[in-house]
Design a protein around this ligand. Structure first.
Ligand code: T5A
Length: 215
């Protein structure tokens, strides 16, 4: 897929993903990356943003089935890939994403309990073999992440789930990170300055491999 590089930030609510995206982009710019594209999931195109709004605030009184969540997430993801990510990578840009495929595996798989037999064919149809060059997983206890999210004000539909839901999500994330050679885990329970340093060190360590990938 093109000559660019695809970096994804993953983690629970309140892990500090938005802040991490900014840190990663600053670091890449300082190291000579000339075109950077930031995206978030779900979202990033008008259609995908409309799906995000429906996903977060469905029509009053209508329960969203877990399998519907799965299909909405991959529909939004494919649209973002077609409209933004793949064209950017094709022209040599670096793309930094706030959430991607692991969010579905962790939230709809781990959290909602959907079986791999349902998820994986949908994932294959939407992504094929496309995967990030680097995933930075921000790991923290679910209660700490939720407390940070609560500190920002009103909670959305997902944030109102029970703590055990987020513990299952975290557990799936941790397993995905262990299983993926292109992923690094960052301790996101540390103070922000320490998380920033850890992200910069992770990028420095991955830099030779990422440059090889775009060469
Ligand atoms: N979803 C998404 C699925 O279920 N399936 C999917 O496939 C996808 C793609 C998206 C929701 O959709 C679900 C998951 C989500 O529930 P969102 O708003 O895009 O929602 O994502 P959230 O995770 O909800 O976004 P947050 O803003 O809560 O999380 P961030 O970006 O990780 O956190 P951030 O950077 O905004 O920080 C939150 C607060 O914590 C503070 C920040 O200053 C901020 O106030 N903070 C720290 N404080 C102390 N120490 C640190 N180290 C800190 N880091 C951040």
């Amino acid at each position: 897929m093109g000559k660019g590089c695809f970096i994804v930030i993953e983690g629970l609510e309140g892990a500090g993903k938005s802040t991490a995206v900014a840190t990663v982009c600053d670091w890449l710019q300082q190291h000579g990356v000339s075109e950077l594209v930031r995206v978030r999931e779900p979202g990033g195109t008008p259609l995908a943003e409309a799906i995000r709004a429906l996903f977060k605030r469905p029509p009053e009184g209508e329960r969203v089935a877990p399998a519907t969540e799965l299909l909405l997430m991959y529909a939004a993801r494919r649209q973002l890939l077609e409209q933004v990510i793949w064209p950017a990578l094709e022209r040599g840009a670096w793309v930094v994403a706030d959430r991607h495929d692991w969010s579905t595996l962790a939230y709809q798989g781990g959290g909602r309990g959907l079986a791999d037999e349902l998820i994986l064919p949908v994932r294959q149809a939407a992504l094929g073999e496309f995967r990030p060059d680097l995933t930075l997983y921000l790991d923290l206890p679910a209660d700490l992440g939720l407390a940070r999210a609560q500190g920002r004000g009103q909670l959305d539909r997902i944030e109102q789930e029970a703590l055990t839901f987020f513990e299952r999500v975290r557990s799936r994330y941790q397993q995905l990170a262990v299983d993926c050679p292109q992923a690094l885990t960052i301790d996101a329970s540390q103070p922000l300055a320490s998380v920033t340093t850890a992200l910069q060190q992770a990028l420095a360590g991955s830099w030779p491999r990422l440059q090889d990938a775009v060469a």
